[in-house]
Ligand binder design. Structure first.
Ligand code: ADP
Length: 136
């Protein structure tokens, strides 16, 4: 059905991530590709004064390790990518860059200001050039 699926991963929500990856696998054509992407917040300039470059690097290494572990327990053969910035624009850029034909994401924090979808999901749905599946 789909050849190139992007699954943006918000760390710390393992159950949701596992569900999205299972869904990606079930919708993937034989020989297709899944990419897991985590977007890290950029370290604000004021924080750089008390976070050493080594601490920032160590944090990045840890996040990469966690994402790779997630790919591995899901059978490997899943690409991983860690980028920094604000989640929604980075997700949209990555989808365009890899030529994704589907983005699968969840929407877990609806509140009164974004009644049906969380803000990240909402922005991606609105601006993506490919299909987006919101897992609820
Ligand atoms: P929020 O309410 O914080 O905007 P959402 O409910 O919109 O969160 O998040 C929905 C989905 O957005 C997550 O399931 C995940 O796919 C994606 N997402 C959110 N934050 C990140 C992040 N930092 N990196 C990658 N994907 C993310």
């Amino acid at each position: 059905m789909y050849k190139n699926i992007l699954v943006p991963i918000d760390m710390g929500h393992e159950e949701i991530s596992m569900r999205m990856i299972a869904k990606a696998k079930s919708l993937l054509d034989e020989g297709g590709k899944i990419t897991l992407l985590h977007v890290m917040d950029e370290v604000p300039s004021y924080a750089r004064t008390y976070m050493t470059p080594e601490a920032i690097e160590e944090n990045l290494r840890q996040v990469r390790g966690e994402l790779e572990a997630l790919a591995k327990i899901n059978g490997g053969n899943i690409a991983t990518e860690v980028k920094s910035g604000r989640p929604s624009p980075v997700i949209l850029d990555e989808a365009a860059e890899i030529g994704a034909d589907l983005i699968i994401m969840a929407s877990h924090r609806p509140d009164l200001t974004n009644f049906l979808l969380g803000s990240t999901a909402q922005r991606v749905v609105r601006h993506a050039k490919c299909s987006v599946l919101i897992d609820r």
